[in-house]
Design a binder for this molecule. Structure first.
Ligand code: ADP
Ligand code: MG
Length: 349
């Protein structure tokens, strides 16, 4: 066997390390959109517009009306590990979607990125980044908030480009990401427009007022009237963790696990433990080949869940997973056993 000759250890430059990080954070257009929309939500946006072309491969543009970024911080926003969201001393107390300061520099390392932003007492400024190379901050025109444009995603990493699927498949993944984020933020309006066809493929209005009503209205707008009329209202609590949301009647089950939406402190997650609990809760009511439909929100003190376990932040770890699991199982069983009330009867119709 051939032993390779040893090479000296060297520090990778910023562009190379950003590209490597980008491989973990941004897998496809949908994951870039997830990061940009989460940034808009973290900035307190009430309206978020997403425009795409060619399945997001040639263009992604996310526009928000959030608090914006001041001129002197624009370059910092594009630097690795720079964030306004945590101070680094308390990784167990995270209230925002973001906290790693990796999304913008990662996307900027593998695409042509333009960010334009304006804070309420300032002018509008823009910055371009191409394959990790920062341009100069320049004045631009913008009414407020932030616009991030991502062109030719992965042009700087052709290997990754090859793994992208058809426009149709990428579009599907994008609308799935937006649906999940929109389900958890009923007070924010979202649109998704394909600039190629000019068609708006997804649009939901802001729902304000009572939280349960707002969630129900949003759920109906996204998952359909049918889901809403077949859903039970869930509202349970165990040792400081609350479970709210909607669980469909067993008769509304699906042949595949396509209608399962789980959120932990407002963050969409695909968590095996929680999905397993959902399945277990329905085990007495469904045959093995049927899958329950549900939209569930777990809420607790951020200190009780670690969100820093997955690059794309889609997995979480509860400090006491047994409590979360038990809460889902007992909360849903209780509702399914007949004590729950229908979601649709709570809407004024
Ligand atoms: P993170 O979200 O983890 O902080 P990002 O790379 O996504 O890291 O963003 C870096 C910083 O840029 C954020 O901490 C935030 O201060 C700022 N930022 C990014 N997008 C927006 C936006 N849409 N509106 C306001 N500020 C933003
Ligand atoms: Mg972010």
């Amino acid at each position: 066997n051939i032993s390779p000759s040893r090479r000296a250890i060297r520090q990778l430059d910023e562009t190379a390390s950003n590209r490597i990080a980008a491989g973990e954070v941004v897998e496809r257009p949908a994951s870039a959109i997830k990061e940009l929309v989460e940034n808009a939500l973290d900035a307190g946006a009430t309206r978020i517009g997403v425009e795409i072309a060619d399945g997001g491969k040639t263009l992604i543009r996310v526009t928000d009306d959030g608090h914006g970024i001041p001129r002197e911080e624009l370059k910092l926003a594009l630097s690795r590990h720079a964030t306004s969201k945590i101070d680094g001393t308390d990784l167990l107390n995270i209230h925002s979607f973001g906290f790693r300061g990796e999304a913008l520099p990662s996307i900027g390392a593998v695409a042509r990125l333009r960010i334009a932003s304006r804070v309420s007492e300032g002018e509008a400024w823009e910055l371009n980044v191409n394959g990790g190379k920062l341009g100069e901050v320049a004045p631009c025109s913008l009414r407020g908030g932030t616009v991030v444009e991502v062109r030719d995603l992965f042009h700087a990493t052709p290997a990754r480009l090859k793994f992208l699927r058809s426009d149709r498949a990428e579009n599907q993944a994008i609308s799935d990401v937006l649906k999940r984020l929109a389900l958890a933020a009923p007070d924010v309006a979202f649109t998704l427009t394909d600039t190629g066809t000019g068609k708006t493929t997804f649009k939901v209005e802001r729902h304000q007022g009572d939280l349960i009503d707002a969630h129900l209205a949003r759920m109906e707008a996204i998952l359909g009237r049918d889901f809403a009329t077949n859903a039970l209202v869930i509202d349970a609590e165990r040792e400081g963790i609350t479970l709210t949301g909607f669980a469909a009647l067993p008769t509304y089950s699906r042949g595949a696990a396509v209608a399962q939406f789980l959120f932990v402190n407002g963050r969409p997650v695909r968590d095996k433990v929680l999905l397993g609990a959902l399945r277990a809760a329905y085990s007495d009511f469904l045959s093995r080949d049927r899958h329950p439909a549900a939209c569930l929100f777990l809420t607790c003190d951020p200190e009780r869940v670690d969100v820093n376990v997955h690059p794309a932040k889609t997995e979480v770890r509860f400090r006491e997973p047994g409590i979360a699991r038990g809460l889902i199982v007992s909360g849903l069983r209780h509702a399914l056993a007949g004590a729950g009330h229908r979601a649709s009867t709570t809407v004024s119709d």
